[in-house]
Design a protein around this ligand. Structure first.
Ligand SMILES: [Fe+2]
Length: 582
């Protein structure tokens, strides 16, 4: 039986395919449309699911869409009346709602079948989709589950308990209160207006001191049982509504904060203004107040479940700094956050919700790795390089059919200070590159961050780069870390190791590590092992294979990125291509 899960008309459009309860494919639309966080109907992702799954649209038995516009209608209506919501706001919402209902035409088109022959379509509410994405693919038979985000289907936070193939929602926080909105509002205030910029503010925070915690605490009130409320005067979405665009490309969101916030914090930073210590301190304070609130929610969940295993999802579950502190600040002992914890993952959750919860099938799948995307094993880009006539550079090509030789040669390139594109196997699911579409470099070099920024990334200097480390060496280099193949938790680098790993140690001594083992990515494990044999350090710097664009999908895109940047070498499958000055 095939279940297709989709996230449509929301940011990070995506599709996943289950066959008899096993995940077969999980892909994000942005990788094919080449627009970050692409929002709309994920036609290309659905087609990739069919192609990789080796089936046609007629083979799909159930479609699960991670949104239910009918959900919480009573709450919405009551809120609109209570708050005398502006009529245009209501009309906009109604239009969006109609679009979500009318998926039969784009769905039939994507599946390439007549709309009269569509399989059964299930609308799974946004938050249960998040909860299902966290729990049903986790290694736990039973667990506490938490979803925290901006909003979806009128909710921003939900707490649940999962037991085998069922989850029960225990508590929820609905519009207008939202920790995601809290974080995004201050992110906008700090001059970062784009969808997903919260990640930059999290990277900026360690440069500052939490000097403005008292002011930012005024933005929200923590209530009993892990509940919370935003304080109305500081937020626009209550009274004025906020423009959001969830269709046809890049998601956008209007300004969330009011003049009252400016009175509290001073003038907001414009996008291109320099960052000052004040902004760093505000970012640090935002992260601190967010963590207080998130741990308050999680402790409220613990009070309800007393189950020490935690599965998390929602955009706020991408806050890897907070995630790394959960086991210190709550009674939870095990934490699972699958790599697409944002809205991309709701496609996964909706599909498993239908399989486990709706159809009552037992569980039999655990997501142990993130490699669920496209693959081009036979691709050879040598020809493209051979035809290249570049005034500045020449290129040398070597083929290594033997994996050991390939990994030895690549490890040597990294140890010699080269920035190396590493393109292998199936594309990653979720925002992080996990060693199949990665740019790798020597984590021991203090100048490597600047070199990568100069040659390829051109991104903000304050943003850290992350390490991939052999799982077996994790405790030698990090304090109190847990294995995490998805790079979702930040931990302190051991003080005595910080000087050894300057390129991946953030200014506060932390690192967002990916642990790598031989079972789930044997080739990447071998590469890092070869690097360790050469250098004594089982760690490489790992950043996503892209340049201000979604992570590359095809070998041709990877090569194009290599050629238009100043990357030193690229490894595509078994072929190593090096750049040399003429
Ligand atoms: Fe969400």
């Amino acid at each position: 039986m095939h279940v297709l899960g989709i996230n449509a008309y929301h940011a990070d459009g995506s599709a996943v395919l289950l066959r008899d309860g096993e995940l077969i494919v999980a892909v994000e639309e942005e990788r094919f449309r080449r627009i970050k966080h692409w929002a709309g109907f994920p036609t290309e992702a659905i087609r990739k699911c069919l192609e990789i799954g080796g089936i046609t649209g007629a083979d799909i038995d159930h479609v699960a869409i991670s949104r239910d516009p009918k959900a919480n209608l009573l709450r919405k209506a009551a809120f609109a009346v209570r708050n005398r919501m502006h009529i245009s706001n209501i009309v906009n919402r109604t239009r969006n709602l109609a679009k979500v209902h009318d998926v039969s035409a784009p769905l039939a088109d994507a599946l390439m079948i007549p709309s009269g022959s569509l399989p059964k379509v299930h609308f799974v509410e946004h938050h249960p989709s998040h909860l299902a994405s966290a729990f049903f693919v986790s290694p736990f038979d039973d667990a506490s589950i938490c979803a925290i985000d901006g909003f979806g289907d009128y909710l921003s936070t939900s707490m649940a308990i999962g037991q085998r193939n069922k989850l029960d929602v225990l508590a929820r926080v609905s519009y207008p209160h939202s920790l995601g909105v809290f974080y995004t509002a201050v992110t906008q205030f700090l001059g970062f207006p784009n969808y997903g910029d919260e990640f930059k503010v999290m990277g900026l925070a360690p440069y500052g001191s939490p000097d403005h915690v008292a002011e930012l605490r005024k933005l929200l009130s923590l209530k009993q049982g892990g509940m919370f409320e935003l304080n109305r005067p500081f937020f626009r979405h209550w009274d004025e509504g906020v423009d959001m665009e969830w269709d046809g490309g890049s998601p956008t969101m209007g300004r969330l904060y009011t003049r009252e916030l400016e009175q509290l914090l001073g003038p907001p930073r414009a996008k291109d203004e320099p960052l000052t210590p004040y902004h760093e301190n505000l970012a640090r304070s935002l992260q601190a107040v967010y963590e207080e609130a998130a741990f308050h929610v999680l402790n409220g969940l613990w009070e309800r479940t007393h189950n020490p295993r935690l599965c998390m999802a929602g955009g706020c579950a991408m806050n890897s700094v907070a995630n790394g502190k959960i086991r210190i600040n709550t009674p939870f002992t095990d934490v699972y956050v699958q790599p697409a914890a944002s809205d991309n993952g709701t496609a996964l959750g909706a599909a498993f919700y239908v399989w486990n919860q709706t159809l009552g099938k037992s569980r039999g799948f655990v997501m142990e790795h993130g490699y669920w995307g496209t693959e081009y094993p036979e691709a050879d880009v040598t020809e493209i390089v051979a035809q290249r006539d570049d005034p500045q550079w020449t290129y040398s090509v070597s083929h290594h059919p033997d994996e050991e030789a390939l990994c030895k040669a690549t490890a040597q390139l990294i140890a010699d200070g080269n920035v190396v594109g590493w393109y292998q196997g199936r594309m990653e699911w979720g925002a992080r590159a996990l060693g199949n579409r990665s740019i790798l470099a020597d984590a021991r070099r203090g100048d490597m961050r600047d070199i990568i920024n100069l040659k390829i990334k051109f991104r903000e200097k304050f943003r850290p780069f992350a390490p991939s480390i052999l799982e077996s060496a994790m405790d030698d280099f990090f304090v109190g870390a847990a294995p995490d193949p998805f790079m979702q938790q930040v931990y302190p680098v051991r003080p005595e190791k910080r000087l050894i790993l300057p390129a991946i140690t953030h200014t506060d001594g932390s690192g967002r590590l990916q642990t790598v083992n031989a079972r789930t990515n044997p080739r990447y494990h071998r590469l890092i092992s070869e690097f360790a044999a050469l250098t004594g350090v089982p760690v490489v710097l790992n950043t996503s294979f892209n340049e201000n664009e979604p992570i590359v999908d095809t070998p041709e895109q990877a090569l194009d990125c290599f050629l238009r940047t100043r990357m030193d070498a690229i490894v595509v499958n078994n072929t190593v291509i090096q750049r040399h000055p003429r």
